[in-house]
Design a protein around this ligand. Sequence first.
Ligand code: AP5
Ligand code: MG
Length: 263
Amino acid sequence: MQLRRAARVILVGAPGVGKGTQSERLLQRFPQLQSISTGDLLRHNVKTRTPLGIMAENTIKTGGLVADDLMLRLISGELRTRGWLGGDGPVMTLASEATTATGSRDADDFGAWPLTAHAGAPAPSDDPSASFILDGYPRTAAQATTLDDIIPINLAVSIKTPFSVILERIAGRWVHEPSGRVYNTTFNAPRVPGRDDVTGEALVQRPDDTEEVYRARFRRFQETSEPLLEHYASKGVLLEVEGLSSDEISPKLYREFEKRFVG
Ligand code: AP5
Ligand code: MG
């Protein structure tokens, strides 16, 4: 289905609530959308041993939140690389190429990045081809305020599912690291066990999906999500979607996207 207006969407929800799953489905239904998962980007940086990845690794392993300044570098670099910031681009000055999912940036550049945030975002493009979903950013009110200065969001979706339901899913999650495609041994099993449906490559389990680390991630979410959601509620762009499963949530999301960005 074709979008008529640019969708600049963030997904907020507890770890394992299905942000990645919903992003994939939305991308299939609305092909103009693209998505960025900060978790996937971080894991890529850890794997390829970029300076940012090395700095973030321990925080991710223990279920903490990566520092705001690192996240800002990561996300603004990615937005710029994808050309979504319009005009001369971002409100930050980055001396070198940004970190990308393909890890093209030279590791030594990292320390040299001057970082200057200016107040006030440039007007974003309303072209539907500049539509995106941010999965996992912002995660704190402070990150949301920073993002406002880079690019204004026009829909913040809060996905809600009970804790007990989510906890069960985490143990069954398998991911295809290069693409971020997510499977679950009970709910969305790959056609061949342990193999990605599209490439046939091996699936892996995430090191932060142990119960102990999961609980730490969940606690962190509880501490930070309320002020984050208030930030978007006060701007009139918050949408809360509840459900016991992704199958219950997806149709609600499709309807909202159609209402806001198609009709
Ligand atoms: P990130 O990778 O974003 O992890 P998260 O927020 O903890 O979320 P998840 O990816 O675990 O879950 P999801 O909601 O995408 O669920 P999914 O679709 O996979 O972040 C990882 C770390 O990076 C953070 O802990 C932090 O350290 C750092 N980080 C990232 N962003 C940051 C930021 N902005 N600031 C600071 N630090 C940051 O679904 C889960 C499972 O459930 C899957 O197996 C799926 O198949 C299954 N499932 C989905 N729907 C259903 C269903 N209906 N029934 C059964 N199973 C289902
Ligand atoms: Mg995810």
